[in-house]
Design a protein around this ligand. Structure first.
Ligand SMILES: Cc1cc2nc3c(=O)[nH]c(=O)nc-3n(C[C@H](O)[C@H](O)[C@H](O)COP(=O)(O)O)c2cc1C
Length: 212
């Protein structure tokens, strides 16, 4: 096979792989009562949030500011103590605040109280005021819009990587602002607002997406 033919085959295989993930993507709102493995969580977080040596990331950010903070709240991950872990720039985990805080987060959503029993919850937050100020010269509300777009990029990437690992997730953006403001700093850093929660775990076999 010529080099050009091999390259073209490789390109088709990659496109096929993406199509398989896109076809598999769906929202999971019913999770099996089985633990996640620390290796699964690590693969997912490093694929989504890791930064390559040349600076490339899996998603873009206006002015390359990357304002979205990611925190993973662990409750049932084999090999990892329950706690709230901030995700570092390389997709690794910082020292946690120990303790199971899933219930607090679940109660900060409008219709996803069931999330309290998912093995782990990925929490996305950002300092909305700082982004509003950064992009004020473009238009009023532009910073908020850019954050929402970035959360969408992150969420779809989480969905696709989770699909590749045979894990389930869903973007929960319906949050109760008042309850969210009371979340501890270990979950939402000072100055940040809770934007979304993405439960991570294994879908039950008959799980289907409900509206929400
Ligand atoms: C911006 C956004 C916000 C969402 N917020 C919630 C939510 O608060 N609660 C919920 O149960 N599902 C939420 N979802 C998931 C939707 O219910 C789900 O995407 C929709 O039913 C379509 O199903 P699918 O993702 O499997 O295609 C949200 C999805 C998006 C894109």
């Amino acid at each position: 096979m010529s080099g050009a033919a091999a390259f073209s085959m490789l390109r088709e295989m990659r496109a096929d792989g993406l199509n398989v993930l896109l076809a598999a993507r769906r929202s999971t709102k019913s999770f099996a009562a089985t633990s996640l493995q620390v290796g699964e969580l690590d693969r997912l977080l490093s694929a989504v949030f890791g930064v390559a040596p040349d600076g490339r990331r899996s998603y873009g950010s206006a002015h390359a500011r990357y304002p979205v903070t990611a925190t993973v709240v662990v409750g049932d991950v084999r090999g990892l103590a329950s706690g709230s872990y901030r995700i570092t720039g390389s997709g690794g985990l910082q020292e946690p605040e120990y303790g199971d805080q899933r219930e607090l987060i679940a109660q900060s959503t409008i219709d996803a109280h069931w999330a309290a029993s998912c093995p782990a919850l990925l929490v996305l937050s950002a300092n909305v005021g700082a982004e509003r100020a950064e992009f004020a010269s473009q238009a009023e509300g532009r910073g908020e819009r850019f954050i929402a777009i970035e959360v969408g990029l992150i969420a779809q990437t989480v969905h696709l990587v989770a699909a590749g690992l045979d894990l389930g997730t869903v973007l929960i953006a319906g949050v109760q602002d008042e309850a969210a403001r009371r979340l501890p700093e270990s979950i939402v850093p000072p100055g940040d607002e809770l934007l979304a929660v993405m439960p991570l775990g294994r879908a039950t076999r008959d799980s289907t997406a409900a509206s929400g």
